[in-house]
Ligand binder design. Sequence first.
Ligand code: MSP
Length: 637
Amino acid sequence: MSKGTYYITTPIYYPSSNLHIGHTYCTVMADAMARFKRLQGYDVMFLTGTDEHGQKIQKVAAERGITPIQHVDEIVGGIKELWKTMEISYDDFIRTTEERHIKRVQALFMKMYEKGDIYKGEYEGWYCTPCEAFWTETQAAEGKCPDCGRPVEKARESAYFFRLSKYQDALIELFESNPEFLQPDSRRNEMLSFARQGLSDLCISRSSFDWGIPVPVEEGHVIYVWLDALSNYITALGYPDEPEKYDKYWPADVHLVGKEIVRFHSIIWPAMLMSAELPLPKKVLGHGWILLEGGKMSKSRGNVVDPVKLIERYGVDALKYFLLREYTFGQDGLYTNEVMLNRMNFDLANDLGNLVSRTVSMIEKYNGGIVPPAGPEEGPDAELKELALAAAGKVEAHMDKFSFSLALEEIWILIRRTNKYIDETAPWALAKDEASRDRLMTVLHNLAESLRMVSVLLFPFMKTTSGKIRKQLGLWFAEPEWADLKAFDVMNGEEVKKGEAIFPRLDVEAELAALEALNAPAEPEKEYPPIKDEIEYDDFAKLDLRVGEILSCEKHPKADKLLVLQVKMGNEVRQIVSGIAEHFKPEETVGKKVVIVANLKPRMLRGQESKGMILFADNGDSLAFVSTDAADGETVS
Ligand code: MSP
C-alpha cells in the first residue's frame, strides 16, 4: 500500500559544459532520498533536467561556432550518460527546450499577465551573464556580481516586469509563519532580511538576444531564463494542459538546491506561484558547496574534479558513499583526494568489506555455506539485535532532516558493532569444540541477520553494493523492503556464496599519486588565429607552389633577421631571402626540402634579390619546416 506521494527535485543544470563533482552532489542526495522514500513505500516522483536557454548558453555556442541547440544537445547527452553511470533513478528529465515545457511556460506567463502582475517598462540595471541575474546598484557594488564576484554589465532595454514587490508581505509572512518552508535556518534568516529590505519588481524579459522562450504578448522578447527555468517543476508535471501528474504530485515535497540559488527558489518562485494562484512547494532546502583548497570549483579556472574519472577507478557506490557521508547538509565542505580515499579505505574496505567477507567465509567454512536458524540468545546477542532493530527508526529520523551523513553513520554503528561481535564471540574458537556447535550456529545466524539488515539499510544509498551483499548472502531473489527491518530472526537455510571483495583495500599513497596525475588541470586550450576570408579556386590556382631543396644558406650581410638561401628547384637554382634568422642557424636549413611560392614577384631585400618565398609552419612563437620527400622542382597543388 502506498504511503502517499513524494515529489523531489534537483535544480536543472546549465548545459554550458560538463558537470563536475559539485553538481553531482545534489543529484546524489536527491537520488538517495528518492530511493529511500520508494523503499518506505511512497509513490515517488523524482525530477531533474537541464536549463538550456539564456545568454550564457548562446554565448558558449557562438564561441564554439555551433548553434545553441547543437551545443546543448551534445552536453545534455553527456549529462544523461553521467546520470546513467551514477545509477540516478530519476522519473523524468525535463529539458527547457522541449515543446512541452515551452508552451507551458507561456501559459504560466499568460496567467500572471492576466492577473495584472506583468507590465511593460524600461529596464536599466546590472546584469551578470554567467549567473543570468539582474542586480540593483547596491547589490552590484563595485561592478561585481554579489554571487560569483565576476564583473557585471550595464543593461538597458524595454522589458516586461513581474510585480514581485506586491508579494513582499506574503513572502515575509511565509518565512515567519512556516519556518519549515526554507531550511537551514541560516538561509531562512538571510531571505527574511532580504525580503524585509524591500523587493523590487523583477525584469522578466530580454530583447538583446533570442535564445529563449518567446514572450507570448510581444514578438522580439524572450522570457527571463530564471522564470523559464523555475517553471520546470510544474511544466514537467503537465501543468496546465495535462494536469494528471500535476494534480497527483504538486505541491513538491522538496526542492533541493545549492545555497546560491536559494533566493530564486524561496522568493521568486513562490511569488510566481502566488501570482498564478497555485500552491507553494512544501520545502526548499539549500545545501552547501563542495570546495577545493583553492576555493570554488570552476571549469574556467581548470580546477574541477571529474566524477567520471573517480567512478572509473573506485565505482559509483564508493563515490556516492563519500559524498553522502563526508559532507554535512547545509554546510560547505572541502574536497581532497586524501579524505575521500581514507573514507573508502576505513569505512568501505575495512568496516563493510571485512564484515561481508568474514561472515560469508565463516558460514561457508563452518556450516557448508548454509545460514543456520536462530538459536538461544547469549552474551552480546541481545545488544546486537537491539541495535539492528533500532537502526531503521534512527535512519528514518535522520533522513527526515536530510542528514544523510548521520543516517549513514547510524548504519556504520551497526556494521562496526557486528565486526566487534565477531571478535567477542570468536567463531574460530567455537569451531574447535564440538560442544560449542549450537552456539557457533547461533553466532553465524546472527551475523547473517545483521548483514541482511545492513543490506536493506544500505539499499537507498548504495544500491549495487546492497545487491552484491544480498547475492553473497543468498538473498538475491528478493528486492529489499523497509518492512524487512522489523524482525531479526528470519534467515534460515539460505545458501551463501563468497564473491569478490566488495571494496578492495586501496594503497592510499599510490592512489594519491594516480589521482594527482588524473586531475592535473588540463593545458589551457590553445588559441588559433581565425580562418581568413574565403577565396575562389581561381585565386588559389594563381599560386605556383614548388618543391625546392636548400643547397646553402648564410646570414644577410646587412640585416640580422634575414637569411639568404640558395634553393635548387628542378633545373634552376634561385636565391631566396627569408626572415627566419631568429629561428634557425644557417647550417640547420641546409639539405631541407621545402615548399616554395615560386611565382611571387621578385623583391630586393636590403640589397639582396629574393625570388620567391619559403613556407613555414608558425605557432606564434617559433617556426617549423614544412618538409617534403618529393623531388625538387615538382609542383605542389
Ligand atoms: N540552472 C540553474 C538552476 C535552475 S533551477 C530552476 C543553475 N545551474 S548550475 O548548473 O549552475 O547549478 C546547478 C546546481 O549545482 C546548483 O544548485 C549549484 O549550487 C550546484 N553546484 C555547482 N557547483 C557546486 C559545488 N561545487 N558544490 C555543490 N553544489 C554545486 O544554477
